[in-house]
Unconditional design. Structure first.
Length: 290
């Protein structure tokens, strides 16, 4: 009595099922790898997008500027504004122009990237006011609308019927703006140094860096790179911020390059393993004969 064997049709159906499952697993694995296995994503096919974050806006004569603190060049960026016009630079500096004095605007910033969800956020700012001067009933002159550290000259004029007019000037300077003290993320070691991101980078300030060993540079997005260190050598890098009308400030971060890796234990080559095995076999036979 012969056993029942699956028909060719059954084998084809089974093969098709396995092939479909394999293809699904392959595609799903590729997508999961692309999304960096982001379990927090709402859609398992899409990674979480980049939610824009901002530094404090700085007013200008006809608008304002604001730095995206978490700018990432691998994303596409779009900006729009409720008033005037807005642009974003390759380092994440948003510039709004076309505003009247003291006029405000809200900028909407959107990010997009393949296999990532689109995100957006808003930031508001306003243009500087026109410098004005007033005088009180007690003779107190008040000047407003100056930028931090900006100076102005006020002219006071007196008139009275039957008297000659009189005039005099006086000058003053607005208070200096607060300093920007750099703060840093955790340094990352490299073969000949390390990198460290300035977490509160603001392109409105001028930045300079120096290091106790090797050499240091800072990018347009606030990434400090230290090179030229020996294996395991440490260094302290200092970042200095300056800006017209603002106090200067400085802060430091320390790290080291990758340490020298331990000397690997040499492995016995295959022929050496074979020779050693043969020698042990001969010794075992000799011992048995004895």
């Amino acid at each position: 009595m012969s056993k029942n064997r699956p028909s060719i049709t059954s084998w084809k159906a089974l093969y098709g099922t396995f092939a479909g499952v394999a293809a699904y697993i392959s595609v799903a694995s590729a997508r999961a790898e692309t999304c960096l296995l982001d379990a927090s994503a709402i859609d398992p096919v899409l990674c979480d997008g980049l939610d824009p974050q901002f530094e404090t806006p700085s007013s200008t004569a006809n608008g304002f500027t604001v730095q995206v603190s978490n700018y990432d060049g691998s994303y596409s960026w779009l900006v729009s504004t409720t008033v005037g016009s807005a642009t974003i630079s390759g380092t994440g500096l948003i510039t709004v122009t076309g505003l009247a004095p003291v006029e405000g605007a809200t900028v909407t910033v959107s990010t997009s990237k393949i296999n990532h969800t689109s995100q957006q956020a808003e930031v508001s700012g306003s243009a500087l006011s026109i410098p004005t001067a007033t005088i009180s009933g007690t003779g107190l002159i008040t000047v407003t609308g100056l930028a931090p550290g900006e100076s102005a000259t006020v002219t006071a004029v007196t008139t009275r019927t039957g008297y000659n007019a009189g005039t005099a000037d006086t000058s003053g300077v607005a208070l200096t703006g607060s300093a920007l003290t750099p703060t840093f993320a955790t340094p990352t070691t490299t073969a000949d140094g390390f990198t460290v991101q300035v977490s509160n980078y603001d392109a409105n300030f001028t930045w300079s860096v120096n290091t106790t060993a090797g050499s240091a540079t800072i990018s347009g997005t606030g990434l400090i790179t230290v090179t030229g260190l020996a294996p395991g050598e440490s260094a302290t890098v200092s970042a200095v911020t300056t800006r017209t009308g603002y106090n200067a400030s400085t802060a430091s971060a320390s790290a080291s390059s990758v340490a020298v890796p331990p000397t690997p234990v040499p492995l016995l080559p295959i022929w050496g393993v074979a020779a050693l095995s043969g020698l042990l076999a001969v010794l075992a036979k000799q011992l048995k004969k004895k």
